[in-house]
Design a binder for this molecule. Structure first.
Ligand code: GLU
Length: 430
């Protein structure tokens, strides 16, 4: 047992007693779902999985496919072109609403059916078979295993999905859908009938939380900017007409579907998925909404919440005596983004001796630096050198290369802290 599993199990145990909500039955096959089915899975950025309840029960992905296909289309078309065809506005409408912009017929919200139909039609392919193959390949890469289609659910929706076909025809007549409406709806029905488990969905959500890199397989599935954009759309549009309330109460990018699946992503931390078929009035799974609300409160996950994660970036700011010389040493670890770099530069400034002084920046524990962070750091280091300081950096990230365009890397670079300290204590000119 471990604390994460303990917390999930405790939540699972308590919320299993919730009896509200109704299983969707407008797709006849979905009505057979067990209302008591309830599984939770969480996948960390280290690729570790935690679960509570049966997390391997298969069900169809339905609308939870929408963000992943949106990410695929982003990669195919680029953000500007995709935006020309599909908006990014929370429409406040139900999943099956006729939610098209007046005049253009452009669907406003990519996370409900109209926008999702249009998005699926935009996936680059030579025909419907290849288009669906690419959709399935993408969903499988997100899940880290080959997924398949539940043919019965597909046939059931294909037989009854006139409203979605009607939406496709409406967009076609308004000029916002260039593809064939029947083919588009069919590909979309297959996409919605892809079979997953809560454990799969957790890996898929974790891949988005990890910037598009699957933390279990190590495979890059989509580019980082596309993952970030997808998470943003999920944050504003992912929960049907309950999206605003969700952002207030839970505050995580999420997507739900009519079969009772729900994913949420805590960027840089984990992806989580819940499967529980009974839905509330907005079409969101009741137990999943309650479970995520509890987790968010308990672990301070709301995206507007200041996590204090950055506090430990600078792990040391001290003066070290070496060969009778005083060296200012600043040590940092983790990822360098805005807040961390600001803290690092502040510590550096605080500790800088009068020139000509000796400084070591130990970045051997830094795992990544945003380009803006590397540039800012390079500018400060170049300035210290120009002012006559003897500056050594211990790092493995090759910051100097990132900085080389703006500033000649005139500080000395070493692979270890020890080598940097030895050099910093040496004779000037050596
Ligand atoms: N296939 C379902 C439909 O289009 C998906 C809806 C949903 O999960 O929101 O009706």
């Amino acid at each position: 047992m471990d604390p994460v599993t303990d917390a999930l199990e405790e939540i699972h145990h308590r919320l299993g007693a919730l009896r509200e909500g109704r299983v969707a039955d407008y797709i006849p096959q979905l009505a057979h779902a067990d209302p008591d089915a309830f599984g939770i899975a969480l996948v960390s950025m280290g690729g570790n999985t935690y679960r509570a309840g049966p997390a391997d029960t298969p069900f169809t992905i339905q609308s939870v496919s929408k963000p992943f296909v949106y990410a695929l289309a982003l990669g195919d078309l680029g953000p500007a072109e995709l935006l020309r065809h599909v908006g990014v506005e929370p429409s406040g409408n139900a999943f099956n609403a006729i939610s098209l912009e007046p005049g253009t017929g452009r669907p406003a919200n990519p996370m409900i059916n109209a926008g999702a139909l249009a998005t699926t039609a935009l996936v680059r392919a030579d025909g419907p078979a290849e288009r669906f193959a690419r959709v399935l390949g993408c969903l499988s890469a997100f899940a880290g295993r080959p997924l398949d289609v539940d043919e019965e659910v597909y046939a059931s929706e294909a037989a009854t999905g006139d409203r979605n076909r009607a939406l496709a025809y409406l967009m076609r007549s308004a000029g916002s859908l260039r593809a064939d409406p029947v083919e588009t709806a069919d590909t979309y029905f297959r996409q919605c009938a892809v079979r997953v488990t809560a454990a799969d969905l957790a890996v898929m959500a974790a891949t988005l939380a990890n910037g598009g890199l699957n933390p279990v397989t190590g495979v890059r599935v989509v580019a980082e900017p596309d993952a970030v954009r997808t998470l943003a759309v999920m944050a504003t549009c992912g929960m049907y007409d309950g999206a605003g309330q969700w952002l207030l109460d839970v505050g995580l990018p999420a997507k739900s579907g009519v079969s009772g699946g729900l994913i949420a992503a805590s960027p840089g931390r984990f992806g989580v998925a819940v499967h529980s078929p009974p839905l509330d009035a907005s079409g969101n799974p009741v137990r999943a909404v309650a479970a995520l609300g509890e987790m968010a409160r308990r672990f301070g996950l709301h995206i507007m919440h200041n996590s204090g994660l950055h506090a430990a970036t600078v792990t040391g700011a001290e003066r070290v005596e070496r060969a009778g010389r005083s060296i200012a040493v600043v040590t940092a670890q983790g990822g360098l983004e805005f807040t961390e770099t600001e803290a690092l530069l502040y510590a550096l400034r605080d500790l800088t001796p009068p020139e000509p002084g000796r400084l070591v920046l130990d970045l051997t524990g830094v795992s990544r630096a945003l380009p803006g962070a590397a540039t800012a750091l390079a500018a400060v280091l170049a300035d210290l050198v120009a002012r006559g300081h003897r500056v050594a950096v211990a790092e493995t990230l090759r910051l100097e290369r990132a900085a080389a365009q703006g500033h000649a890397p005139t500080w000395a670079v070493f692979g270890t802290r020890e080598a940097a300290l030895t050099w910093a204590a040496g004779e000037d000119g050596a």
